[in-house]
Design a protein around this ligand. Structure first.
Ligand SMILES: NC(=O)C[C@H](N)C(=O)O
Length: 320
């Protein structure tokens, strides 16, 4: 049997509901800890409580420490790692690990939409599926995987699509890459591109803004005044912004602060098509970086990782 490390970081999977008030909160004894015993037929399991944080409390510091802990786990001879995490920011941690870990062993991240003592609680079921994925030899070249609701998704493209539904994690453009049955995972697809960067610090300030009709440049100016290292904007359509934002964007670019556009639309990629004031064509000529299919939160993680890895700013465009 394989030796698997489970790293708990918190989230609903580690919480319980107070049946009288309906409040859901972290408990002293992590309810997921019984998984070590009940799944001992799947793997030799070792469980560690790294944190007990709701995922809105997770920052780049915890992501970095988690990455370091996984690298240490490889030296300790673990053959797979399963991370339990709150679902709100799970996709960001997953993508951070995807970009910063260059490892052969399966790394799987999971969570739950219902706390441990709610009817239909999904935490243990997701943990079981994650262990099935982590012990499979076929999982080793698939990058960091998000396993929820009997599906395996790539960290790069998966996103939380529903506030409460257990089928919340989806990959909008092409679906899950694998399905988990009782005893095995079956893969149907694989990511074409893998990229890894060496990160040894947590120091950059990257901001994320969403565009809207009538938007001006005030927030963009404020972000520049905060000493931003980079800005990601969820732009309109294929990559356009209202005209009043143009001077503020130009100022950022003049100051050599990278600006990345994703689309606020749910599907599709950004493209420099429109040649009007605020149109994507002009922003692209000015030096704004356009992304291919990443969401705002993922593009933010990528810009953060690239800058922490000291990638030359003139290379950023080709890496997006
Ligand atoms: N389902 C969950 O885990 C949501 C919770 N608020 C968290 O992200 O910690």
């Amino acid at each position: 049997m394989k030796k698997i490390l489970i790293l708990n970081t918190g989230g609903t999977i580690s919480m319980s509901e107070d049946h009288t008030t309906g409040k859901v909160s972290p408990t002293e004894n992590n309810p997921i800890s019984i998984g070590e015993g009940i799944f001992s037929h799947i793997a030799h399991i070792y469980m560690e409580n790294l944190y007990n944080l709701p995922s809105p409390h997770i920052t780049e510091f915890e992501m970095f420490e988690l990455k370091q802990r996984i690298m240490q786990a490889i030296d300790e001879g673990y053959e797979g790692v399963v991370i339990t995490h709150g679902t709100d920011t799970l996709e960001e941690t997953a993508y951070y690990l995807e970009l910063t870990l260059d490892v052969e062993i399966p790394v799987v991240i999971t969570g739950a939409m219902r706390s441990s003592n709610e009817i239909g609680a999904d935490g243990l079921a997701n943990l079981r599926s994650s262990l099935v994925v982590a012990v499979s030899d076929e999982s080793s070249d698939k990058g960091v995987l998000v396993v929820m609701n009997d599906e395996a998704h790539t960290a790069t493209y998966v996103t939380k699509t529903h506030t409460t539904n257990v089928a919340t994690f989806q990959t909008p453009t092409f679906g899950p890459i694998g399905l988990v049955s009782k005893n095995e995972v079956i893969y149907f697809q694989k990511l074409l591109k893998e990229e890894h960067y060496e990160v040894n610090s947590v120091s950059k300030k990257i901001y994320l803004l969403k565009a809207y009709a009538g938007m001006g440049g005030e927030l963009i100016d404020a972000i520049r005044n905060l000493g931003a290292d980079g800005l990601v904007i969820e732009a309109l359509g294929a990559g356009n912004l209202p005209p009043k934002t143009v001077p503020a964007i130009k100022q950022l670019l003049d100051d050599n602060i990278p600006v990345v556009f994703v689309s606020r639309a749910f599907n599709g990629v950004t493209q420099d098509v429109y040649d009007y004031v605020g149109g994507g064509k002009r922003f692209c000529q000015d030096g704004v970086i356009f992304t291919t299919g990443l969401s705002g939160q993922k593009a933010r993680i990528k810009l953060l990782v690239l800058l922490e890895a000291n990638i030359d700013k003139c290379k950023l465009e080709e890496l997006f």
